[in-house]
Design a protein around this ligand. Sequence first.
Ligand code: PLP
Length: 439
Amino acid sequence: MNLILESAPTTELFDSFVVPNYARFPLMIERGEGAWVWDEAGRKYLDFGAGIAVCSIGHCHPRVVEAMSRQLGLLVHASNLYYTRPQGLLARKLVELVGLAGKIFFCNSGAEANEALYKLARKFGNETVPAPPGHTVGELTEQQRSRRQIITFTGSFHGRTLAGIAATGQEKVKKGFEPMVEGFTHVPFNDAPALLGAMDGDIAAVLLEPVQGESGIHPASADFLRTVRSICDDYGVLLMFDEVQCGLGRTGEWCGWRSIAPEVTPDAISWAKGIAGGFPLGAIWVRDRPLTLKSGGTVSLADLLGPGTHGTTFGGTPLVCAGALEVLRIIEEEGLLENARRLGTYAKEALIELGSPLIAAVRGLGLMLGIELVADFAARAGAGARAPSLWLVDRLHEAGMLTIPAGTHTIRWLPPLNVTREEVAQAVDILAAVLEKAV
Ligand code: PLP
């Protein structure tokens, strides 16, 4: 074992002691305030990644620091064997924001929130009578049918657990981890006829990101969302939205899908990332909807994950719930949904107006923007063998700005929802200068 002193550079500590599963950029981030972070050398960066859509109200918002400090001195953790008030209050708030009767389960991350959705779908498919009654698919009778498949979409990302990579519609996350967890079928995104073609008696649920994030910010079309809902109704299967990245204000609405097709109602939603402004928290909302049990009697979908069926030690601690409650109140009281819509439009227009020959498209909703680079970017900009998105993210770091790559040709802008117009203008100027130098 090498002798590495405590005073060794941060990169050396990582090289020696941290599993190398992340391809990290050579930046040592030390502190943050609002939409800005500073590295160990004291250099300042405009943070348009916000920890991949996590720091929804910027870094170290004084109200969150205060609320969490207060809770820190009162009670950090008590176990889910007991009741704690901040968890109850946060659940109430989230149900109110969805605006439909339902209940919340808390966990610690997006992958875990989606695991809860998969388990909800399995229980639904195994233990409840398919609805609508009288609708038979294939040869099976209503009572015989156990529905065990979940349909997800190509280009999707649902997390890095074993079931998460099986659910994810991208081969690269599965490689080396075979065999895959059974029960997931992928269908092309935004392709309703393909979904219809994949429906059979074995489907329990359809899971989709209303705006695909990791694959480069691809919103579902309104028609697609409406048709998916009606297909799910026809076949009596659950419609579940993964709003881990696009939810809770990112698109300019509390519910990301409402930026696209507000009238569509899902049966379940997963959240994480921005929910607690940077503290680890995941959650699902489950709709209050009556179901018939195969064993007899009825149950609400919201109560299907009953006592003993699911759980996690840390889910919904008083500390994280107090922080998340304050984050959601700030978004509400500071008008940050409106800010996300207004500045998202402003950013999109300003980026298009640049007319850069290196930008192929600007996509997105609210402050969830994807800037797609032209196919021959590497040749035009002299980016060499490095993926154009990574090359550009590196150049933007040098210019004092953080952004997030998506695939080989897209960079994402996911700034805090309380970013200012001046900061957005500054970001546009930084990108413009870097692109100008590149051509
Ligand atoms: N779902 C979506 C849409 C995501 O974007 C992510 C993370 O990027 C996840 C799930 C996984 O979340 P986590 O990294 O918190 O497990």
